[in-house]
Design a protein around this ligand. Structure first.
Ligand SMILES: NC(=O)c1ccc[n+]([C@@H]2O[C@H](COP(=O)([O-])OP(=O)(O)OC[C@H]3O[C@@H](n4cnc5c(N)ncnc54)[C@H](OP(=O)(O)O)[C@@H]3O)[C@@H](O)[C@H]2O)c1
Length: 295
């Protein structure tokens, strides 16, 4: 017979607490099933990587467009593709990868108790946790901001649990999102606007700056493939070096700028063009737009 919390004695409750404390992160992070709602760019990438990384888990994509659903079935035969959302049993993670403007119509068509015990992770830009909890009818909600590098398993994803999400929800969400790269949990939701600028828009902003490198390489006579390869390896090498050394960017360029040498000349030129100020300004404007969209 099922008992309520009120029926339990203090000894029972202590047993439950102890059993809960004995569970490891791996116990909490069990994911039997994943459902990705929205089979567009991000949704199909996430579903594909979940299928690769969550061994044995069943991965379903919900895609209402019949044409896109058929294309997904053909491109990714290992995924289940359905045209409407159905609740699934077990330790499930539901990733909402639909456009923010489609949330209301999706939520209004949901069956009662649509998410059972599922952990819901929204990647919709600018949709606040408060809105998600109110629309979805479950408190087991987290908000995440991944980026396009998910496609190569190199997303930097920010993940923020809602007030009703428990340790199991966080562990399951972290496990699911680590299929697309690294996961960082910020102190609270307010960090997600800056996170949207740094992480969500980050690859596009960095690519914009990288075009300066590829343009220069092309003008210097390298072919397109060579220009891209040089630029990417310099970017990757710099990132790895900074992380391995735990050095700050200014220490690295300071160390490389021998007085009177070649690098110093280039760094002086970037300073004169106020490149760092321009990048900070771009990030501030991107974050401000994220706040505007969230209303
Ligand atoms: N792209 C990025 O870099 C990025 C980064 C971080 C977060 N995000 C967020 O990720 C989400 C998806 O972005 P995306 O770039 O993948 O967009 P997308 O390619 O347009 O994909 C959205 C998908 O959701 C489907 N959809 C629409 N209404 C639906 C509903 N009611 N139920 C289920 N599916 C529905 C769309 O189908 P139809 O085309 O048939 O309408 C489409 O396949 C957005 O909320 C975005 O804010 C994107």
């Amino acid at each position: 017979m099922d008992r309520t919390d009120a029926d339990r004695t203090d000894v029972d409750r202590a047993d439950v607490d102890r059993a809960d404390a004995d569970r490891t992160d791996a116990d909490r992070a069990v994911v039997d099933r994943a459902v990705v709602v929205g089979g567009g760019h991000m949704g199909s990438v996430i579903a594909g990587r979940l299928s690769d990384e969550l061994r044995g888990a069943e991965v379903t994509v919900v895609e209402p467009s019949a044409d896109r659903a058929a294309a997904l079935r053909e491109a990714e035969p290992r995924l289940r593709v359905e045209e409407s959302y159905r609740p699934v049993p077990g330790a499930a993670v539901v990733v909402l990868a639909l456009p923010p403007a489609a949330l209301d119509s999706f939520a209004s068509g949901l069956p009662a108790d649509a998410f059972h015990d599922a952990t819901v992770v929204s990647i919709m830009a600018g949709v606040r946790l408060e809105t998600l909890v109110a629309r979805l009818g479950t408190a087991h909600v987290l908000r995440a901001m991944p980026n396009l590098a998910a496609e190569v398993g190199q997303s930097m994803t920010m993940l923020c649990p809602g007030p009703g999400a428990d340790d199991d929800d966080l562990a399951r969400a972290e496990k699911a999102l680590s299929a697309i790269g690294e996961v960082l949990v910020p102190p609270d939701e307010s960090f997600l606007d800056a996170g949207t600028a740094l992480v969500g828009s980050g690859p596009a902003l960095v690519a914009f700056v990288m075009k300066g490198f590829t343009d220069y390489a092309r003008r210097a006579g390298f072919d397109a493939a060579g220009s891209l390869r040089l630029t990417c390896q310099v970017l990757r090498g710099t990132a790895d070096l900074l992380e391995a050394d735990g050095t700050s960017p200014e220490e690295l360029y300071g160390r490389a700028s021998t007085p009177g040498g070649t690098t110093e000349r280039g760094i002086t030129c970037l300073g004169e063009h106020r490149v760092q100020e321009a990048v900070r300004d771009a990030l501030e404007k991107t974050a401000a737009r994220s706040r505007e969209l969230a209303g």
